[in-house]
Design a protein around this ligand. Structure first.
Ligand SMILES: [Zn+2]
Length: 430
């Protein structure tokens, strides 16, 4: 069966043009032009046809915490958000730190509506003490490693992992990316929100910005020493952004992401004591939010990620100090980035699609320009449609969105994953 996306404007890394897109039954773009035909028509009037989005940072919770999310429900949530590829974080139970768990995640992913790209832990069990079998993992195609949830604390082990990764990069001829959750645990321990004016006013113990910044500083120094590619996850402070800006200017092989919540919310949100606003790294100050936006504007921050972190209600609704950190992100990312990042639409699509695809090493399949022969991983977005956020209405198995009740502008209308229309007119098809 062939598909025709009719009446929209294509917007990709090549720019913008008003053309229809025909998708063949081989899952690839058959033709781009006018006067095309398909067995099924998808209306794209007043909409933009973009390469599908790529999330560098998704917690799918499977295996191990299926009460909060499964690969199937997380992928459906991603499809509704315009994503065609999700990089799955390895803090599963068991940890994704060996070939067997990677293959399990991939097998579950193949039945889902997004391409699931497993990342693997830097250290065995994310313990921070012993390097994971990186060589075996890159041989089965893993390209991103992270102990996300915690940073790798030991600088000597981080240096060794970096040196080992540069050897693997040379052997493979493709980059091995070490993604770091920057947080010095000894400084952040016992803190539940950003340390500052709001934490003292609310009487909630805080985590200082320096807990993040010291690890950003250390890893930039180790990148200079080793030449490894480090990707900074969820940058949240003004100094972190400034350090990455300088590292890039010096030509170091670093990349960075920011989450939607770190440029749309501040620590003032914690004044409600609602644990839905508890997240690591914590929501920061207004000037940090401004710095993250400036980092997106000048390319210091390469990509917007979600850090989609579902939690079952009975766990997330504990008191602020006991509740686990994390919030949903997949279904709100496009509207928030369009409305609040300060970027214009072409830049929004770049930070959601082709830039993260390149970091993940999947640019051949995702984020590719909309031309005949390219894999049909696409989304069709309506930049002007307004809608109201409802956690209960989301496809995620959890509902911990900090944007409940907010009216946002910009919504995903259709998503096509490997040629299959998995979302039509804002509804998941399976
Ligand atoms: Zn993290």
């Amino acid at each position: 069966m062939s598909l025709l996306i009719r009446g929209g404007r294509i917007l990709d890394a090549n720019g913008e043009r008003a053309l229809d897109v025909e998708i063949g039954d081989d899952g690839r773009i058959a033709a781009v032009g006018t006067g095309l035909n398909g067995d099924l028509d998808l209306d794209a009037s007043d909409c933009v046809i973009s390469p599908g989005f790529v999330d560098l940072h998704t917690h799918l919770r499977e295996p191990g915490q299926e009460e909060a999310e499964t690969i199937e429900t997380g992928a459906r949530s991603g499809s509704l958000g315009g994503y065609t590829a999700l990089v799955a974080m390895p803090n599963t139970e068991p940890t994704t730190d060996c070939v067997a768990v990677v293959e399990q995640v991939r097998a579950l992913g193949r039945r889902s509506t997004c391409e699931i790209v497993p990342s693997a832990a830097l250290t065995v069990g994310r313990s921070g003490t012993k390097m994971a079998p990186l060589g075996e993992l890159v041989d089965v195609g893993v390209g991103i490693f992270t102990d996300d949830g915690t940073g790798l604390q030991d600088p000597r082990l981080m240096r060794r992992v970096m040196e080992y990764s540069t050897g693997l990069t040379r052997r493979l001829g493709r980059p091995v990316v070490l993604a770091q959750h920057c947080e010095v645990s000894a400084l952040s321990a016992g803190g539940y929100m950003h340390e500052g004016e709001w934490s003292s006013r609310l009487g909630i113990p805080g985590q200082p910005a320096e807990a993040e910044e010291l690890m950003v500083m250390r890893d930039i120094a180790l990148v200079r020493l080793t030449g490894a590619h480090v990707h900074f996850q969820h940058l949240s402070t003004a100094s972190s952004v400034a350090m990455v800006r300088r590292a890039k200017a010096a030509g170091l092989p670093v990349t960075a992401e920011a989450t939607t919540h770190h440029f749309t919310l501040t620590d003032a949100a914690c004044a409600t004591y609602d644990p839905v606003f508890k997240v690591h790294p914590p929501l920061r100050t207004g000037s940090d939010v401004d710095a993250v936006r400036a980092g997106l504007a000048d390319g210091t921050i390469d990509a917007v990620a979600t850090d989609h972190a579902p939690h079952a209600a009975h766990v997330k609704e504990r008191p602020f100090d006991e509740a686990p950190p994390g919030m949903l992100g997949l279904e709100t990312a496009f509207a928030l980035t369009l409305g609040e990042s300060g970027l214009d639409l072409p830049e929004v699509l770049a930070v959601l699609s082709w830039r993260p695809a390149a970091i993940a090493g999947i640019e051949g399949r995702h984020g590719a320009s909309v031309v005949p022969g390219a894999p049909a991983n696409l989304c069709v977005v309506d930049p002007d449609l307004t809608w109201t956020v409802s956690g209960a209405a989301m496809a995620s198995r959890s509902s911990n969105t900090p944007y409940e009740g907010r009216t946002l502008r910009g919504r995903v209308r259709h998503t096509i994953s490997a040629g299959e229309p998995v979302v039509i007119d804002g509804e998941a098809r399976r």
